[in-house]
Design a binder for this molecule. Structure first.
Ligand code: 5GP
Ligand code: MN
Ligand code: MN
Length: 479
């Protein structure tokens, strides 16, 4: 209950270690008071407290204001465990390994393309395969899948489906070197064989937006963003391949747990020491699935670029990649904890990396202003670009929220929303939605999500990220 929670800063709350004998560190919540009340409506905080019992966890278990309950770990959570013997847990990364978002920028203004939006949305829908389990045009041999799993977005560039200049603007340059395709099951590879260049179902999308408001001119300029500029947001992950990797390793790790004498309060928190055989195998397979996801987003960008040319002509200025961030991933990073630099395994599940100025592998162009943090809101409201800060490095292991966060379950949303009416209402607002099914539209209705403005205010007022621009949707392709 709320009496167990202490306010330690305006937007930071803590459940102390004394709350439960199982906790190894305190649990912390980044939220305004109103959002905290929302968060207490589901099992998110129970899950947050459970995460605080993970072997080797450092600092605090954390949730962002967009948090909601997930498999074992809450979605919108960050947990850092000590390297190399701390826990690694597939549930702390999620089933859609390296689900993430990227933003492409154009040289066009919204006023240049208003009258083309309907045909643009139809063309994007035609070029980008969407829907659950849906395959694309590229059919990979087993040999080629292994190449994708090792090389990530580079594979797309080598095969002519990508742009070399994009690579510098992706988290980890679109390739994790811990990947090992031999740790990925045949079944997972089969599921991934024809899904490159596809977005998948429901929550995933390709969306055309324009910059409605600029909050920080200097950072916006570094990111190549300006008022009224047309941009494209792409949200998807590793498709069936990543899902199968998660399924395979959750099973293996659950079976291996007794060997390591690990007890966790919820079996969905199944974990093993990072440096155990099972932990290493999972980390290599996770890296491979992450690479598949980066390659996937690069190929989807190629499809978007093709649609762009088909609508605006072959001489239109090409779309550039502003940045690509993962929000379901584990990374080995160095952070300061109580004044000491230590190496940790950072699990981000529904949380975006948000490195401050000067930290890590940021592209040269962004090094002085901090990492771009891309926060989608919903197809009917708005989205944001923020920048990572020094404070995120101190407070959240260099992490921030990943969206507005779900407020209604899919079933509840379907009950409340009349999809054909919603589609018409959005069209009246100037937003053209294309989706494979009305069911998808209902589940993804703006009311299914929290108010992104509130969530973003919380992270910016708390200082873990700085608002750069606000985006308004105009055309959406939903999975
Ligand atoms: P998740 O990765 O948890 O599925 O989704 C991340 C976030 O994307 C959600 O929390 C939600 O705020 C946002 N989102 C979902 N659908 C859409 C959409 O169609 N457009 C935009 N801009 N954001 C969306
Ligand atoms: Mn996602
Ligand atoms: Mn996803």
């Amino acid at each position: 209950s709320k009496s167990d929670i202490t306010r330690i800063e305006a937007y930071l709350w803590e459940i102390p270690k004394s709350f439960s004998p199982k906790m190894r560190v305190p649990a912390r919540i980044l939220a305004s008071e109103t959002l905290l009340d929302n968060i207490m409506e589901d099992r998110s905080l129970v899950q947050l407290v459970n995460v605080a019992s993970l072997p080797g966890i450092q600092g605090a278990s954390l949730v962002m204001p967009d948090v909601h309950e997930g498999y074992g770990f809450p979605i919108g959570g960050v947990a850092a465990t000590v390297y190399p013997e701390g826990a690694i847990s597939p549930g702390g990364i999620g089933y859609d390994i390296n689900c993430g978002v990227r933003l492409l920028t154009s040289q066009q203004k919204i006023t240049d393309i208003r009258d083309r939006l309907e045909s643009l949305s139809k063309e994007l829908y035609a070029q980008i395969p969407s829907g659950m389990g849906k395959g694309g045009q590229i059919k990979l041999s087993l040999q080629e899948i292994d190449e994708v799993l090792h090389n990530g977005a580079e594979w797309a560039v080598q095969k002519g489906y990508g742009v070399n200049d994009d690579l510098a603007f992706m988290e980890s340059n679109g390739r994790l070197h811990n990947a090992d395709a031999s740790m990925v099951s045949e079944m997972a590879k089969k599921r991934g064989a024809d899904q490159l260049g596809t977005i998948g179902s429901g929550n995933h999308f390709v969306e055309v937006d324009y910059v409605e408001e600029v909050f920080d001119e200097t950072i916006a300029k570094s990111y190549g963003l300006s008022k009224n500029q047309v941009v494209v947001l792409i949200h998807t992950g590793s498709r069936g391949l990543g899902h199968q990797v998660a399924t395979d390793y959750i099973r293996q790790i659950m079976a291996a747990m007794p060997t390591y004498d690990i007890e966790v309060p919820d079996r969905e928190l199944a974990c093993v020491p990072f440096n155990s055989q099972e932990g290493q195998n999972y980390f290599k397979a996770m890296g491979a699935a992450a690479n598949y996801a980066w390659c996937n987003r690069e190929i989807i960008s190629w499809e978007v670029r093709r649609a762009w040319k088909n609508i605006f002509g072959p001489t239109i200025e090409p779309l550039k990649l502003m940045y690509d961030v993962a929000h379901n991933i584990a990374k080995i990073e160095e952070h300061s904890i109580e004044g000491k630099r230590i190496k940790v395994i950072v699990h981000r599940k529904g949380a975006t990396r948000a490195f401050g100025p000067g930290f890590g592998e940021l592209p040269e162009k962004y090094r002085n202003v901090g990492q771009p943090v891309i926060i989608p809101g919903s197809m009917g409201t708005c989205s944001y670009v923020l920048a990572g800060t020094d404070k995120s490095m101190q407070l959240t292991f260099g992490s921030c929220c990943h969206g507005a966060g779900r407020r209604l379950s899919r079933t509840a949303a379907k009950k409340q929303v009349n999809a054909p009416v919603l589609k018409e209402q959005l069209k009246e607002k100037g937003i053209f939605v294309e989706a494979g099914s009305f069911k998808g539209i209902a589940e993804e209705a703006p009311i299914a999500y929290k108010d992104v403005n509130r969530v973003v205010e919380t992270v910016s007022d708390s200082g873990i990220a700085k608002k750069v621009v606000k985006l308004r949707p105009v055309a959406v392709v939903k999975g």
